[in-house]
Design a protein around this ligand. Structure first.
Ligand SMILES: C[S@@+](CC[C@H](N)C(=O)[O-])C[C@H]1O[C@@H](n2cnc3c(N)ncnc32)[C@H](O)[C@@H]1O
Length: 333
């Protein structure tokens, strides 16, 4: 809501506890292009998906669930390039998510038959069908650069059999979520140099090594044999707050469990000083005043970049694989 205030849009949020969804009824603005410019998924920390609703379908409890969605989709007055059937991400919503997966192929068939789905027209908006409760659906639309390509914003990642820890998935998700495919391709390349602070047992280092980066892993704890077996990782037993490399590096990653403000200062110093070209790091959330703490971290980073008269790009997201933390991407711009 603070972000909406910031761009002069009035709205009322309708949010039920543990539903995994926030609906915001907008009062003074209804044009899609204006909304799409004002509300950007990349600037939201706790939302993994974003769509602008235009319709509602009831009567989905009967045998024919497809016709009410088709009728509501037609009211948009535009065809779509894809359909994402979605539900909240919680234990209670699991049956709805399963229903959504069953509904998806039937919807694709019928909407294509009626010319409402045109998969080859990739420039068109995507249709979101959100199942908030049994029997009904919200219909919304999004454009590719302002929404996640995966239903509910959750990339389905398989745990690689050789990876030393599940946290490998967290870095994989961070890179896919916080950067666009084009950004990732142009900024992370084999042969680059990376530093991993708080690296043990080595899930993040292993992921970088598998992308062909040479990694210096800083941790007083032991690295797993799988990580060291890549031959791309040098393990140094040192303190991640004081250790510094000889020259500049391409990527800094940091998963040390520490106060978010302390991590933010450290990351800002590495990137603003040019020691690292970009960073991915975790901020462990405090029990209370989580938003305030994240705003404080943003200000600390801003202060450090201001010292070098630099602007910065900071993106924070609570990922699917995150628990009591958020993951951030930081680069100068
Ligand atoms: C959550 S684990 C990291 C997991 C790792 N990202 C992975 O993928 O396997 C946090 C690690 O940070 C290390 N750590 C905490 N404080 C540190 C410090 N000051 N310097 C170096 N490592 C530190 C701990 O020893 C621990 O191994």
């Amino acid at each position: 809501m603070a972000r909406l205030d910031h761009v002069g849009i009035n709205g009322r949020s309708v949010c039920s506890l543990d539903s995994g969804q926030v609906r915001i009824d907008l009062e003074n603005i209804h044009r899609f292009d204006v909304l799409d410019r004002a509300i950007r998924l990349v600037s939201l920390t706790f939302a993994r998906q974003l769509a602008f609703a235009f319709g509602h379908a009831d009567g989905l409890a009967g045998r024919d669930r497809v016709s009410p969605v088709l009728a509501a989709a037609k009211t948009a007055g535009t065809p779509f390039s894809a359909i994402l059937v979605e539900a909240g991400d919680g234990a209670e919503q699991r049956p709805l998510a399963a229903l959504g997966r069953r509904l998806q192929p039937a919807l694709e068939r019928i909407l294509a038959k009626h010319g409402v789905l045109r998969p080859r027209r990739t420039e068109l908006a995507r249709l979101h069908v959100l199942l908030p409760a049994p029997g009904s659906a919200w219909l919304g639309l999004s454009v590719p650069d302002n929404a996640s390509p995966w239903p509910m914003g959750i990339p389905r990642l398989r745990m690689p059999s050789q990876a030393p820890s599940r946290s490998t998935l967290k870095l994989a998700e961070a890179l896919m979520t916080l950067l666009t495919p084009a950004e990732l391709e142009s900024t992370m390349r084999p042969g680059q140099r990376a530093v991993d602070l708080g690296a043990a047992p080595g899930g993040w280092s292993w992921h970088l090594a598998n992308r062909g980066l040479r990694v210096t892993a800083i941790d007083n704890g032991p690295m797993s044999p799988q990580a060291l077996a890549t031959g791309m990782i040098e393990h140094l037993r040192a303190d991640g707050f004081t250790w510094r490399p000889d020259g500049g590096i391409d990527w800094l990653v940091c998963d040390m469990v520490e106060q978010p403000a302390r991590i933010s200062r450290l990351m800002a110093d590495w990137v603003a000083s040019g020691r690292a070209r970009r960073a991915i790091f975790n901020l462990k959330l405090p029990m209370k005043k989580r938003l305030e703490e994240l705003e404080r971290c943003r200000r600390l980073i801003e202060d450090r970049f201001r010292q070098n008269s630099l602007g910065f790009d900071l993106r924070m997201r609570q990922l699917y694989h995150d628990r009591e933390e958020v993951t951030a991407y930081l680069a100068p711009h």
